[in-house]
Design a protein. Structure first.
Length: 323
């Protein structure tokens, strides 16, 4: 039996209210008396009020003030629980209040020295939360619940750069968190296919009475990872794209949710992609423009020309008007 299982078994023996000698405990657990004393030390360190009395009627007992079974976490395990809460909070996890409550229960079960050690270990890491509309947390809860219950939802959704939002009914299959954004993978009734929607672009959500069944074996994360191949504009010829730039800017380009699937080579100063031409023409000029002079497209020539033309149009737009 594992150490912690043995300690829990020992704890349940003592909770009966009887005094037990180390020899009796050792016999029941089939371990040595020395091991029993190690268990006693570990339980005491976890906050269990054990008393060892010597003499003819002596033995080991547990004080009546003890009510709860302790949680056997070592210092590193406690630390990662707190750090995990920080990351969940930073990601906008919709159940951070419940997670914080559970963590408080763990902390309350520690004695003063353990709490002090935990505080020292967890003050060196912080996660900065992304700015999100308050409604996103509500949408995440509702979408997860709808996915669990198999309920269709009606959403008002605003695409990027769209002038107005539109309404559609979707069957939410699952939530995915990627690159600091939450997405819902859902079957769209209007397009009659599975689509991905950014949760922060939902402006209204209403759960309906309609029901659906998620396809057997469907994985929202697997769909999301493979989405780029399905979203290509065409199956036409591929072109090599070579971009130079500052490391931080290249990190952002290479980490783009769509482009990262086409990355073929990366160094500190350069990134290479292999992408179909229609997708390149439709998305890359405007996207790469946002990096200003932090990057430079080396090839293909066609992409360089498009960016140069776009930059010229922007410069012309902001030329001073004559008085």
């Amino acid at each position: 039996m594992a150490k912690w299982d043995n300690m829990l078994s020992m704890l349940w023996m003592l909770r009966s209210g009887r005094k037990l000698t180390a020899a009796q405990i050792a016999g029941n657990l089939e371990v040595s008396i020395r091991t029993v004393y190690r268990y006693i030390d570990a339980l005491c360190a976890s906050g269990v009020p054990l008393v060892a009395e010597s003499g003819h009627d002596g033995g080991i007992r547990i004080l009546e003030s003890f009510e709860e079974t302790p949680l056997f976490f070592n210092a590193m395990e406690l630390r990662v629980l707190v750090d995990a809460y920080k990351f969940a909070q930073g990601a906008g996890y919709p159940y951070t209040d419940e997670l914080e409550s559970a963590l408080k229960k763990v902390e309350n079960g520690l004695h003063e020295e353990q709490r002090h050690t935990l505080f020292q270990q967890t003050t060196g890491l912080d996660v900065i939360s992304s700015a999100r509309p308050p409604s996103v947390i509500l949408w995440l809860r509702d979408l997860e619940q709808a996915a669990k219950e198999g309920r269709t939802v009606c959403i008002t959704y605003c695409k990027a750069n769209a002038k107005q939002a539109d309404e559609r009914e979707v069957d939410p299959y699952g939530l995915v968190y990627d690159r600091n954004e939450w997405y819902i993978v859902a079957f769209c009734h209007r397009s009659q296919e599975v689509r991905t929607f950014r949760v922060d672009r939902i402006t209204r959500l209403e759960t309906t009475e309609a029901r659906f069944e998620t396809p057997e074996g469907f994985s929202a994360s697997a769909y999301f990872r493979n989405q780029s191949d399905r979203d290509r504009e065409a199956d036409g010829p591929l072109t090599a794209i070579r971009i130079e730039g500052e490391p931080e800017a290249l990190n952002a380009v290479c980490g783009h949710w769509h482009l990262r699937h086409y990355l073929t080579e990366r160094t500190d100063q350069e990134a290479r992609f292999l992408l179909d031409i229609p997708t390149m023409n439709k998305y890359l000029p405007k996207y790469l423009m946002t990096f200003g002079t932090a990057i430079r497209v080396r090839e293909p020539l066609e992409l360089k020309k498009q960016i140069r033309k776009l930059a010229g149009e922007i410069a012309k737009h902001y030329e001073e008007e004559p008085n």
